[in-house]
Ligand binder design. Structure first.
Ligand code: NI
Ligand code: MN
Length: 223
């Protein structure tokens, strides 16, 4: 199994039955959050950048669970992580679940000297690309060629990141099998209609869009 659980905004987990990876765990102050920093379980935490809606509760969860934080050195410092694995853009590293390749993202980062990033995670034999917060960029085509992508998570909320049209264009470049839209409807400024994104993508590509409500889970292995 490879269970993707969506917690609202850009927070989600991947669980292969042995390891549970938590991404951008923003729960405190997240009006869509379906779990809390006090109870969520994980043994890895991946953080794309330093903005509060991504770094979020990572320091508290890392301290409580002892989970390994994976991110840039600046993120590890921001998390005050005792158990951390620092890496940087273009690098890959192996872990108990598989591997992580760090990609660029075009976005400010909230921490001086820090670059925002995305992750391609190889887990349970699947390649899952989490773009983080980003604009559309042409190197997405390269990421799609470099990795056969089974599932991608893309922001669609506009204003701070790609909106629906650019995210649909990103799908054309990435050519993944499955797409999950994130980073929308948390606040009015990033209101978006995921159904419109789904229609746009599925009209133009063979990729399938899965709209997850906060709290929903999707077994990527069964798709
Ligand atoms: Ni951001
Ligand atoms: Mn954000």
């Amino acid at each position: 199994m490879l269970l993707l659980t969506y917690y609202g905004h850009s927070a989600f987990a991947l669980n292969d039955g042995k390891d549970k990876l938590l991404f951008d765990p923003f729960f405190s102050g997240n009006p869509l959050a379906t779990t809390t920093a006090d109870v969520v379980t994980c043994n890895y935490i991946l953080v794309s950048h330093g903005h509060g809606d991504h770094l979020g509760d990572a320091p508290a969860i890392a301290a409580r669970t002892g989970a390994m934080v994976i991110g840039t050195p600046e993120i590890l410092e921001a998390c005050r992580a005792e158990n951390g694995h620092g890496m940087n853009i273009g690098g890959s590293a192996k872990f108990s679940f598989g591997s992580v390749y760090m990609t660029r993202a075009i976005h400010s980062s909230g921490v001086p000297g820090l670059l925002s990033c995305g992750f391609v995670v190889n887990i349970a034999g699947k390649n899952v690309y989490f773009a983080g917060d980003t604009a559309l960029f042409s190197d997405m085509e390269l990421i799609g060629k470099r990795f056969k992508l089974d599932c991608v998570l893309l922001p669609i909320g506009d204003n701070y990141t790609m909106g629906i049209e650019d995210a649909a264009y990103a799908v054309k470049l990435l050519q993944p099998k499955h797409v999950v839209p994130v980073h929308y409807n948390t606040w009015p400024v990033i209101a978006a209609e995921p159904e419109r994104f789904k229609a746009l993508v599925e009209k133009d590509t063979d990729s399938q869009v899965h709209i997850l409500a906060p709290g929903d889970a999707l077994d990527i292995d069964k798709l």
